[in-house]
Design a protein around this ligand. Structure first.
Ligand code: NDP
Length: 451
């Protein structure tokens, strides 16, 4: 039994619950890559799997800061530097009360293969804190970010580790983090991506993950001989960076996204979501989705308390294509059954691992197209790498150039995943295709670099 399988076994025997999502991510990869491991024994000879599932290092630190009432607060900060075989560690920072080492290991592990799939020179990492930016003033967020960077700056650098945003970390937080890094090091360098445009950010970085997921879906539907999204009803979960921009791109392509969700409930607007209003509510006012009804009383709001047991209201709304874009394990077995019953044709993961393994089995066994996160949401990290390239050459690319490169990258990822699946006898299985293609790229680099 391999180390990875042993670890999964330990979990079943009552290992810390914190690691559950990490083992879930690992188990999926281990199952997918079986045909690759059988086809070439070099991966076993060099113990690649055993080496890949252990992060290079995990940095854990105390973050002490002061709130607006002069109370001293303490949070925990982390950076998981997972694998740098292909380039500097790269992956977002998440600020959310649920953050712990297990969640960051799951996200970091996924990030290694995702980054490999982009074909760009970036390794995998992830970080964050259990700090909750919700309800905090700008000054409190600034003070927390400064305290977080006081520790983090020791471990990052443009050629070492380049963090970006994730849940709870957008342009505001990246700006504060960058400002503190600059102050401590006296160096203006591309150490973070997702920066506001006017001091080193790339055009289209905020849009990239959501837009990329839609570009990926268009490619996948075409490759699988299905109708495009034009004129089709789509269901999107989330109301953050990824969801907002997925909705925006769907509208631009003539699709009709009818939903958005946050942690409190679901909005269903059958005429199509009013994206400008949604942006005001979520990006400017940072308020909850029920306020959507103040402007559009004919829309429907379903609070979390009214969801059916074991289901999310958003996946019970008939749609052609579904885009889970909020958080991990938000689309369950029951939700998958609802999507199938309602005639859904395609599911694309905008969030990281939003579908449970049971949901994926149902989706795939009923012949729906399924775009896994590793491939479908790689647009964000791809444009982050474009930001690194612009910072390194002190240049600025136009919106059109970034958009064109993003679209091409997503099409190439889709093709690579589909062809890999075909080569390894699992045609149409984009989960296996993505895992095999990503793993192979990292594994071959690890072998070439020695132990
Ligand atoms: P945001 O913080 O911008 O938005 C997250 C959204 O999901 C919010 O609407 C939030 O609701 C909702 N949400 C978060 N946690 C929960 C929960 N436990 N239950 C229900 N709803 C929840 O994050 P992003 O849009 O950046 O990230 C969303 C997903 O996409 C994550 O899985 C992230 O890892 C992944 N991702 C993000 C990338 C990026 O570029 N930002 C890149 C690749 C992947 P509320 O508004 O109430 O807080």
């Amino acid at each position: 039994m391999s180390i990875a399988q042993n670890k999964i076994k330990t979990l079943e025997d009552g290992d810390c619950n914190e690691n559950k999502v990490f083992y879930q991510a690992m188990e999926e990869v281990i199952c997918s890559i079986a045909p690759l491991l059988e086809s070439d024994d070099k991966y076993k000879k060099y113990s690649i799997l055993e080496r890949l599932v252990v992060p290079d290092r995990i940095v854990k630190f105390k973050v002490t800061w002061m709130d607006d009432q002069q109370n001293i607060k303490v949070n925990t900060g982390y950076r998981v530097q997972f694998n740098n075989a292909l380039g500097p560690y790269k992956g977002g920072l998440r600020f959310h009360p649920t953050v712990n080492e297990g969640i960051l290991k799951f996200l970091g592990f996924e990030q290694i293969l995702k980054n490999a799939l982009t074909g760009l020179p970036i390794g995998g990492g992830k970080g964050g804190s259990d700090f909750n930016p919700k309800g905090k003033s700008d000054f409190e967020v600034m003070k927390f970010c400064s305290a977080f960077m006081t520790e983090l700056h020791k471990y990052i650098g443009p050629r070492i580790d380049v963090p970006a945003g994730d849940i709870g970390v957008g342009g505001r937080e990246i700006g504060y983090l960058f400002g503190e890094y600059k102050k401590i090091t006296s160096s203006f360098e591309g150490v973070l991506t997702g920066k506001p445009y006017f001091f080193g950010g790339s055009l289209m970085r905020p849009e990239a993950t959501g837009y990329g997921a839609v570009y990926f879906t268009e490619s996948m539907l075409e490759m699988e001989g299905k109708n495009s999204l034009n004129g089709k009803i789509c269901a999107v979960s989330g109301a953050g960076n990824v969801a907002l921009h997925a909705i925006e791109k769907l509208l631009q392509l003539g699709a009709i996204p009818v939903t958005s969700t946050d942690s409190q409930g679901t909005i269903y607007d059958k005429r199509g979501i009013d994206i400008e209003l949604l942006k005001v509510l979520k990006l400017e006012e940072r308020t909850s989705l029920d306020k959507y009804l103040l402007i559009h009383p004919e829309a429907k709001y379903i609070p979390v308390e009214e969801y059916q047991e074991g289901c999310h209201a958003v996946w019970d709304i008939p749609c052609y294509a579904a885009f889970p874009c909020a958080t991990q394990n938000e689309l369950t077995e029951n939700d998958a059954r609802n999507l199938v019953t309602n005639g859904c044709v395609s599911v694309t993961e905008g969030a990281n691992m939003p579908s449970t393994p049971e949901a994926i089995t149902i989706i795939q066994s009923h012949g729906l197209c399924f775009g896994p996160a590793k491939a479908a949401n790689a647009g964000g990290v791809a444009v982050s790498e474009f930001e690194m390239a612009q910072n390194a050459s002190m240049s600025k690319w136009s919106f059109e150039k970034v958009d064109e490169k993003l679209k091409l990258t997503m099409q190439e990822i889709c093709k690579r995943v589909a062809l890999t699946a075909k080569d390894y006898g699992v045609e149409g299985n984009y989960v296996d295709g993505a895992n095999i293609a990503g793993f192979k790229k990292v594994a071959d680099a690890m072998i070439a670099e020695g132990i």
